[in-house]
Design a binder for this molecule. Structure first.
Ligand code: G4P
Length: 533
């Protein structure tokens, strides 16, 4: 664009990534160590580390306080090595929600933290699926090498088989647990020796010993490990995938690093390599084609809406990922779906108890703005003269379902209003029996905690009491065919036909076998795990 200032430099500095892991793999510890290296510019939401001063600051909802967990996602920003890093944190609890998935829609790459003693776990598997759908680069950090870890080849094999992504170890661990000696850097052909005396501080004293310096190295790691390492390197060079940055970029190959976040070993090496390989803000698909970050003025899309950020104000915050250009708080922008030109109110770097009002931000950054109830997930904001919509955010398949019973039928109106609003924010999805209206409501959630959140919010914000009856379904599928005769559809006995608020038909199943059976019995039927928003 000719009249647009050149923001390329600022934009290219940005690295916006999400960390995915199963609870307890060490995501929080790793994030804290990252912050040791970079001067944290903005701490938003929570890093829940107990040992640090940067305590969980998120108490947006009583329920979070009661359970001591973070229900919501947060963002951290820091500078390191000439990069401006945005880390999108995801709830650390097992009962994660659709927000966890949506956060991945705002990231340009992902870091997957795996516990070396546990391997690939359930939550990683789920989040990984979304990364694959988006084809973003995924970097793997195998953590807790200071504890007994599984065999390294087995770990890589598991990632390849379970997740279906090729692996390329960038370094290689020597022993684990009490016998953890360090890692072999495949590029530099040297060993970085392990020491846990630097726990909690920046790395510095670990020594590098060249592989050629066999005698010195033997002195450090011992003859047995030396021989083992030599054998493994040979195997590795012959058998593992070649490093290929293009394949990393398309999400077909994951570079793997080993380390110990707790003892701060291997973290800075990982960060350095990661920042070199991770992409700057990526182009985003819109209805007019790809929107390139540096070639267009400000545009953003809403990926999350959070109610009750501040209990005293009962406010709603819309979180936006800036996709192009520079955001100027004083300039007018257009909310495309609402057809309105306006100034974004109280733009802020997402803060929990201390919100920082900001005046500018760039593509790659995340901002939170006050939402008077006009934004929906997936909405586009751009310059007043522009007109386009970013591709919608998919609706992720809930895995838990319950029928909602309202206890006081006199409060029907509040109930419908409350549950509809909460659904609009995307915390829950609501469905109806196929042949009835709003009198029978089925709610679906990605994590069971959302049931409690729903109950709590309806009681506290709308003064409506409900009872939830759990339903046995675990699989939901959107019907992709537009010309299907639903009455003629023959499923299994456990299959249930429902519809969403827009009247689109969906199917619920108790197990995956039934999904397959139904597909077999109805030739031409196309079912999808992701819905369209
Ligand atoms: P999460 O955010 O992925 O849920 O994990 P988090 O960082 O909270 O780490 C979970 C537990 O694992 C913590 O122990 C943490 O100290 C420990 N941990 C993280 N990285 C490493 C590592 O590299 N090596 C070892 N040995 N442990 C690690 P905790 O007992 O639950 O908490 P705390 O009492 O230590 O704070």
């Amino acid at each position: 664009m000719s009249n647009m200032a050149d923001y390329t430099k600022e934009i290219n500095k940005r690295r916006t990534f999400a960390i995915i892991s199963h609870p307890d793999a060490g995501k929080t510890t790793l994030t804290e160590k990252f912050l040791l290296y970079g001067g944290a510019i903005n701490l938003a939401g929570s890093v829940k580390g107990k040992a640090t001063a940067r305590h969980a600051v998120s108490d947006w909802m009583e329920i979070e306080k009661e359970r001591g967990i973070s229900v919501t996602s947060s963002v951290l920003q820091f500078e390191y090595g000439g990069c401006c890093v945005n880390i999108l944190d995801t709830p650390g609890h097992q009962d994660f929600s659709e927000d966890t998935y949506r956060t991945l829609m705002a990231a340009d790459s992902a870091v997957m933290v795996i516990d070396g003693g546990k391997g690939v776990e359930a939550q990683t598997r789920k989040l990984f699926k979304v990364c694959v759908m988006r084809k973003i680069p995924i970097f793997t950090f195998i953590n807790k090498m200071d504890r007994d870890a599984n065999d390294t080849f087995d770990l890589l094999d598991e990632i390849e088989k379970e997740l279906g992504i090729a692996t390329c170890p960038m370094n290689w661990p020597i022993g684990s647990g009490k016998n953890f000696k360090g890692v072999y850097d495949r590029q530099e052909k040297c060993v970085i020796t392990y020491s846990d005396t630097e726990k909690g501080t920046k790395e510095g004293i670990s020594t590098r010993i060249a592989m050629d310096d066999r005698e010195v190295l033997c002195g450090h790691i011992g003859e047995t490990f030396m021989e083992q390492l030599e054998g493994e390197i040979e195997l590795l060079d012959g058998a593992s995938a070649e490093f290929d940055l293009d394949k990393v970029g398309s999400g077909d190959l994951t570079p793997v690093f080993f380390g110990s976040a707790l003892t701060n070993f291997g973290v800075e090496i990982f960060l350095q390599h990661f920042l070199k390989m991770a992409p700057p803000p990526l182009a985003r698909r819109a209805d007019i084609g790809l929107i390139e970050p540096a070639e267009r003025e400000f545009s953003a899309f809403v990926f999350k809406i959070q109610a009750n950020m501040n209990k005293a104000h009962r406010d709603r915050i819309a979180f936006m990922r800036i996709c192009s250009g520079r955001f100027d708080a004083n300039a007018e922008v257009k909310h495309v779906q609402g057809g309105r030109v306006m100034r974004l109110s109280q733009p802020q770097q997402i803060m929990a108890d201390e919100r920082k009002i900001l005046s500018e931000a760039y593509a790659g950054d995340i901002i939170g703005v006050f939402d008077p109830g006009i934004f929906s997930i997936g909405d586009t904001v751009c310059m007043p003269k522009d007109q386009f919509c970013f591709e919608g955010i998919p609706t992720f398949a809930p895995e838990h379902f319950a029928r909602v019973r309202q206890l006081d039928t006199m409060k029907r109106k509040q109930f419908v209003k409350g549950i509809t609003q909460i659904a609009q924010e995307g915390a829950i999805q609501i469905f109806q029996e196929f042949n009835t209206g709003m009198e029978e409501i089925i709610v679906g959630v990605v994590g069971v905690l959302q049931f409690d959140v729903l109950k709590y919010r309806l009681e506290n914000e709308y003064n409506v009491e409900i009872r939830l009856e759990n339903l046995p379904y675990e699989y939901i599928r959107w019907i992709e065919n537009t010309d299907i005769d639903l009455k003629a559809l023959t499923g299994t006995s456990d299959m249930k036909k429902i519809k969403d608020l827009k009247g689109r038909p969906l199917l619920l199943f108790v197990n995956e076998w039934s999904v397959g059976m139904t597909l077999e019995r109805n030739k031409g039927l196309v079912l999808s795990e992701f819905g369209r928003s």
